[in-house]
Design a protein around this ligand. Structure first.
Ligand code: FES
Length: 158
């Protein structure tokens, strides 16, 4: 499995030849292809780019964009920033947690990753959530059940 993963990563890196290659661009290519950065990525990127493994780890952990675990089927991010809070975001948050049965950062059925955000940069549409990779604005607490039931219809999911 590890060998399989390593050769997949090598193949992804090979597709980068002929471009400007950096540790960052290589890590992005892997995450785009695999959905996250398997641990083997660090050594492969280091040998591919000539950057030390430590420095590759530095890049991989600096950017919050990178995931270090396989993504779940869906993701939900609820904004709890001030604009959203003032317009009912706390009730939206509460309903998502209740309806998904959130424990830690996952739903009870292990299919949805869940997190709060301090601002999703769409305050004028508060309250705002991100369903998979789709921004949904003006969310009403009573709409949450419908969103949870229809997560397949939102954004890109894995
Ligand atoms: S505070 Fe919620 S999007 Fe900015």
């Amino acid at each position: 499995m590890v060998a399989e993963q390593t050769s997949k990563i090598k193949a992804i890196l090979e597709t980068q030849r002929g471009r400007t290659i950096t540790a960052l661009s290589s890590l992005i290519a892997i995450q785009n292809a695999v959905g996250y950065l398997p641990p083997e990525s660090m050594e492969e990127v280091a040998s591919f780019t000539g950057v030390s493994v430590n420095d590759v780890w530095g890049v991989a952990t600096f950017y919050t964009h990178f995931r270090h675990e396989p993504p779940l089927k869906h993701s939900v991010e609820v904004c709890w920033g001030p604009s959203c809070h003032l317009r009912g975001g706390d009730k939206v948050m509460e309903n998502f947690k209740k309806l998904l049965g959130v424990v830690g950062e996952k739903s009870a059925n292990n299919e949805v990753s869940f997190k709060g955000s301090s601002c999703l940069a769409a305050c004028q549409q508060a309250p705002v959530i991100m369903a998979n990779e789709e921004l949904v604005g003006n969310v009403k607490p009573e709409q949450v059940q419908d969103i949870v039931n229809n997560l397949d219809k939102y954004g890109r999911h894995h």
